[in-house]
Design a protein around this ligand. Sequence first.
Ligand code: FAD
Length: 314
Amino acid sequence: MGESKSGGKRWWIGARTSKCKVNPRCGQEGNPNYPKLGPEGSEEYHAEETDDKKDILVVGGGPGGLEFGRAAARRGHNVDIYEKNDFIGGQLHATAQSGREEEEMLGFAEWQKNQCDKFGANIHTGVEVDADFVEEKDPDAVVVATGAKAAVPEVPGVDKNNVVTCIDILEGKAEAGDNVVVWGGRGAGIITGLYLARQGKNVDIVTSDRRVGVDVNVSYIWRYRLMLQQEGANTHGHSELVEITEDSAIIRDEYGVKKELDADTIVSADLVSNNDMVESIKEVCDDVQVIGDAQAVSRLQKAVVDGYKLGVSI
Ligand SMILES: Cc1cc2nc3c(=O)[nH]c(=O)nc-3n(C[C@H](O)[C@H](O)[C@H](O)COP(=O)(O)OP(=O)(O)OC[C@H]3O[C@@H](n4cnc5c(N)ncnc54)[C@H](O)[C@@H]3O)c2cc1C
């Protein structure tokens, strides 16, 4: 049984079910009710070919949509995955900027693509789906796997052009100045903060959580905290962003004390589900399911498990 200490508290790791970011069957080996789709011919191969073949339209070529596609196509469904970018992998591109897992993260998307190719799920890049598109294609079912987007802070000054999103920063679509406040301190905020601090920028990460990284795996968070410290990034827990000015961000801590942080750029890393289209799609298709971050913002593991479970049961 493993034990770790963090922030003066003891965390027992061993009592939890083991999980894997990329293998949705991990930790479920002894669960007879968990749908299995192991290597063909192996004892684990239980998910039967469907006798109710459907035309399924998947919106989003991130890890959730691709995982669904490979599992559903393998069972004989006709699957078409539409991705608005000209590359697949969704937020894995931003995640890969952590500098530690570029190959693994993008390699996983590549593996999912190969699996989709192998089992006949068609991937179409550069196509942004809306309800009209779905109506025209007229599928039997739609899987919405559109992921997450950065929220816009609802504070005075947010309309200034020094406010950008973490995904735009990490994908190289936006630039930050020398003094950056990252709003949102979960995994995405940490990776964005590290990415900018490593470019020599002064970084402050502001989170309303008690501290940064409350969503990050207990076995990894201590490394992130150490890296932030080594790169000189400051973190502000239990704090709200209250105003943005031309060259600063004003925050307020849990005791109501305000602080003005130098900031020529505010980066939103507070992610929310990107699912505005769901209601309009329901008007043109009776069977609509939402998976991954589009259903609830979480981590890679949830997107993969959601895609897999739906793919082997639909
Ligand atoms: C900076 C950052 C760091 C992260 N670090 C980690 C980490 O270390 N570990 C971890 O487990 N998780 C991490 N995550 C979270 C993880 O990447 C996500 O939870 C996961 O990618 C969610 O997968 P998804 O398929 O649900 O959505 P996404 O990966 O967001 O994919 C959704 C896809 O849908 C596409 N799309 C959206 N709308 C449309 C439309 N109308 N038509 C067509 N396509 C559309 C998007 O372009 C995108 O490609 C991180 C996220 C970020 C942003």
